[in-house]
Design a binder for this molecule. Structure first.
Ligand code: ZN
Length: 135
């Protein structure tokens, strides 16, 4: 089952400067910091209501975020939806002809398993499914 919006990922070049910016714009008081080695990114996230905003900066030129910024500049990178039974959902989507970037779930930030759908299949929007591993 796919539920509500879990988080919105924003691609940024400089995490420190972006944090300063969002402190100013949304009066954010504290950030959760995390490096996701598998995705080659540094993340600073904060809650806006029920939705998490993830400022995401590449740690490496080979990071998918580095490639995104190079091609499209900084900005909204993806929208993530809370998912239950992520592997079943991926199977369902593949069967209904949606192109997947990840055919199986990968380790993401916040102790979640994540998978991306290809934006070619989803109106140019990079969609992430994420499932919490915490009980
Ligand atoms: Zn995400």
């Amino acid at each position: 089952m796919i539920g509500g919006v879990n988080h919105i990922g924003i691609a940024v070049r400089d995490l420190e400067r972006s944090m300063e910016l969002f402190k100013k714009v949304l009066c954010v008081e504290s950030f959760h910091r995390e490096t996701v080695v598998e995705q080659k990114v540094d993340i600073a996230s904060f809650k806006a209501g029920d939705v998490l905003i993830e400022l995401t900066a590449p740690t490496d030129d080979e990071s998918p975020i580095a490639k995104f910024i190079e091609k499209r500049g900084e900005g909204i990178h993806h929208i993530a939806f809370t998912t239950e039974g992520i592997d079943n959902e991926l199977q369902r989507l593949a069967q209904s002809g949606i192109q997947l970037i990840n055919t199986t779930a990968q380790q993401g930030a916040h102790d979640m398993m994540i998978a991306f759908l290809h934006p070619k299949s989803t109106n140019g929007v990079l969609i992430e499914l994420c499932e919490s591993q915490r009980q």
